[in-house]
Design a protein around this ligand. Structure first.
Ligand SMILES: NC(=O)c1ccc[n+]([C@@H]2O[C@H](COP(=O)([O-])OP(=O)(O)OC[C@H]3O[C@@H](n4cnc5c(N)ncnc54)[C@H](OP(=O)(O)O)[C@@H]3O)[C@@H](O)[C@H]2O)c1
Length: 379
């Protein structure tokens, strides 16, 4: 017989869950035996009473970043929620810094422009303690995106605007957001190389490029990071991209790390999205896909129970355990969700567990994910 849960019990369960997540984030727990190597041990830092201790960092070129960064897109862009005010979001960004996060992701197109303004404003007082990644690649008309443009003169113009909005003299990780088919990648990489020489950027990144484009770019200017969608649900980049990154010593920054919220358990088979919602245009958020893909979430939930963790934490810990050069940048507008996400740093997988987990989830046929051969073309 199913047990009835009273409203008061639900509240106390939620409180217990939150305090559990917080304790896990702050004190550690759920460590498995013979954990896989998580990254280079750089330093142990215990600075503030309430801050998470990161005992290691990950390298993106010369940048030593926290193993989990913060994706700032949905703070202003209205992708998954209505745009939030700077007053609401600055404490989230600064709260992340207080909790040990030193890597922040934004782009010219988020807003457009307002996301860089927010990130620049929030991080100005701590600018030298953090790394900012931002992306160019689009042109705008009347404040709206109007196609791709990565011609050298446009990149230079875009970077001047980015520096102004970010209130900084350098972009730590300057990405090409989407390949411009009109411009050879060598010209784009060459322009970024010049910007690096001038000190306006420190490192070069690519986003959703094909393995061939990544290789060609890397010959002109070493690529520090490829940023593409990768999670337990969308694993298309296991076809070649990860291998190319490993071979060339390129970091892999994952967006969609919690599958836009699906892997946190915030949706279920009854979730539906209105036509004007961003979710409605995503193939793995159709009614059929969600219902089917719950099978994968059930496996994640099982491992979450096994490791005293939440599904979001299992999803992020799995990414960290997969490769020591992976840096997830979960996006959130909420400090308590960020704390939950950072709790992933306390969860490890042994090689045997990784295999067991993979055997379980690869047995599930997913709906709405990309075909393996699609990575052979730039997105
Ligand atoms: N290079 C590219 O082409 C590209 C494309 C898309 C995004 N990005 C970057 O990658 C970042 C992350 O990607 P994403 O935002 O698309 O996907 P994501 O990180 O997989 O998912 C973000 C969503 O998950 C929710 N979430 C996160 N942690 C949660 C938790 N612990 N519990 C409940 N909900 C949680 C957030 O909601 P709440 O706000 O309610 O927490 C948000 O709606 C973006 O911010 C952006 O910087 C890059």
């Amino acid at each position: 017989m199913k047990k009835q849960i009273k409203k008061s019990q639900q509240v106390s369960f939620e409180q217990d869950r939150r305090s559990f997540i917080r304790n896990l984030a702050l004190t550690g727990g759920a460590l498995a035996t013979t954990p896989v190597l998580l990254g280079e041990e750089i330093k142990n830092t215990v600075t503030k009473k309430d801050s998470v201790v990161f005992s290691y960092k990950r390298k993106l070129g010369s940048l030593e970043v926290s193993p989990i960064g913060l994706g700032c897109m949905s703070m202003t862009s209205g992708h998954y929620n209505p745009p939030r005010s700077f007053e609401e979001m600055e404490p989230v960004i600064r709260g992340a810094v207080d909790r040990g996060v030193n890597f922040f992701d934004t782009a010219e197109i988020y807003g457009p422009f307002t996301n860089e303004e927010l990130v620049g404003k929030a991080l100005k007082p701590v600018r030298d303690q953090v790394f900012i990644g931002s992306k160019f690649g689009f042109t705008y008309k009347d404040g709206r995106p109007a196609g791709r443009d990565s011609s050298p003169e446009h990149i230079r113009k875009a970077v001047e605007g980015m520096l102004k909005r970010l209130q900084t003299d350098r972009i730590d990780l300057l990405y090409l957001h989407r390949m411009d088919p009109k411009v050879p990648i060598e010209d784009i990489a060459g322009t970024v190389k010049d910007l690096i020489k001038e000190g306006k950027a420190l490192e070069f990144g690519l986003s959703e490029t094909s393995p061939e484009t990544t290789r060609r770019a890397h010959k002109v200017q070493p690529v520090a990071a490829v940023q593409s969608q990768y999670s337990l649900v969308e694993r298309v980049h296991e076809n070649q991209t990860l291998d190319v990154c490993e071979e060339l010593g390129i970091g892999f920054v994952t967006w969609g790390s919690v599958c836009r919220g699906f892997l946190t358990g915030k949706f279920n088979e009854y979730s539906r999205f209105s036509e004007d919602s961003r979710y409605a245009s995503v193939d793995y958020f159709t009614a059929e896909a969600i219902a089917n893909n719950m099978k994968l979430l059930n496996v994640v939930n099982k491992w979450a129970l096994k490791k005293n963790a939440t599904p979001a934490q299992i999803s992020l810990a799995w990414l960290l355990a997969e490769k020591p050069f992976i840096v997830p940048i979960p996006g959130t507008t909420k400090l308590h969700n960020l704390e939950e996400d950072l709790g992933a740093l306390q969860i490890s997988f042994s090689q045997e567990e990784l295999k067991e987990f993979r055997d379980e989830f690869t047995g599930i046929e997913l709906i709405g994910v990309r075909k393996p051969e699609s990575v052979l073309k730039d997105a």
